[in-house]
Design a binder for this molecule. Structure first.
Ligand code: ADP
Length: 278
């Protein structure tokens, strides 16, 4: 955590999201409580993780925090402001401070734009700086995330998966956000690439007072983070504590099942390795 900023950046109180859907075959309505009574506080400069199986409600919570989804109930406080009381105009300057990075940069990055254009685009949308300044900033950001400036004109498909994720991070940083939400952003990457991106994120966090929320089903990856973690199950946060404490003393039965599944997978892969070496 950045020692220079200790106040809460994000506070969520009683947040809920209910989807109402119609069955196509008889038109009957049914509800999905994707998020129920979520409460959490994330200090400025901290790393936070949301874990749970697919369908647990992690992305719904992340999308609500990123203002891409309107919660049905509750409060989201960001840097001292209750966001859900603001109108579109008042939210505009706050949106830039919260950036979301997705699992598959290949689908979130425009395939016809060069790396530099992709990074500079948020600045263009926010009408920030002249073209030459935006280009200069794009090159600075490429350097910051470890992409060679010689590849500024390359298209997304010309980069590796890890480099594309670096590109997505550079784009997200263009508007100098306070909060980065990484929704399964490292899930498609091999272990070595995951580690190098995590290293990059740690360096960026220290230098730019960034707060991170990792949304992940990958407990092994989360175990690498020094952070507070909330375990989600069926739309609810069922347990929340430091990663080390969660792994040492999982209290909720669902957390125990989740960690048990990871242990089983590790034992299996070790046995598998032994087999493979025989
Ligand atoms: P996770 O990110 O943990 O996999 P999600 O937040 O994506 O979980 O989904 C939680 C629940 O909400 C799931 O049952 C999912 O099917 C449902 N859900 C998510 N988005 C929508 C939507 N736009 N419309 C209807 N149901 C949705």
């Amino acid at each position: 955590m950045n020692p220079g900023c200790t106040d809460a950046l994000v506070t969520v109180r009683g947040l809920a999201k209910r989807y109402v859907q119609k069955r196509t075959w008889n038109g009957a309505k049914f509800v999905i409580d994707a998020l129920v009574e979520a409460n959490l506080t994330i200090p400025c400069g901290a790393t936070f993780a949301l874990v749970g199986e697919s369908g647990a409600g992690k992305s719904t919570l992340a999308r609500c925090l990123a203002l891409l989804e309107k919660p049905t109930e509750g409060e989201i406080w960001f840097d001292g402001t209750n966001l859900l009381t603001l109108n579109r105009k008042a939210l505009f300057p706050i949106r830039r401070q919260i950036q979301l990075i997705f699992q598959d940069p290949a689908s979130s990055l425009n395939p016809r734009m060069s790396a530099a254009e992709i990074i500079a685009e948020p600045l263009l949308i926010q009408r920030e700086g002249a073209k030459i300044e935006r280009q200069r900033r794009a090159l600075e950001l490429m350097d910051l995330v470890g992409l060679p400036s010689a590849s500024a004109k390359k298209l997304p498909f010309e980069f590796s998966g890890g480099q594309r994720q670096r590109l997505a991070i550079a784009r997200a940083l263009a508007l100098r956000p306070k909060l980065l939400i990484l929704d399964e952003a490292l899930s498609n990457l091999d272990l070595a690439t995951q580690e190098s991106i995590l290293r990059l994120l740690r360096e960026l966090q220290a230098g730019h007072s960034l707060t991170y929320i990792h949304v992940s089903h990958d407990l092994r990856m989360v175990s690498e983070l020094d952070c507070e973690v909330a375990v989600m199950h069926a739309g609810r946060i069922v347990e929340q504590k430091r990663v080390s404490s969660l792994f040492a003393h999982p209290e909720h039965p669902y957390t125990q099942v989740l960690l048990g599944a990871v242990e089983a997978a590790e034992i299996f892969s070790e046995e598998h390795l032994v087999e493979a070496h025989r």
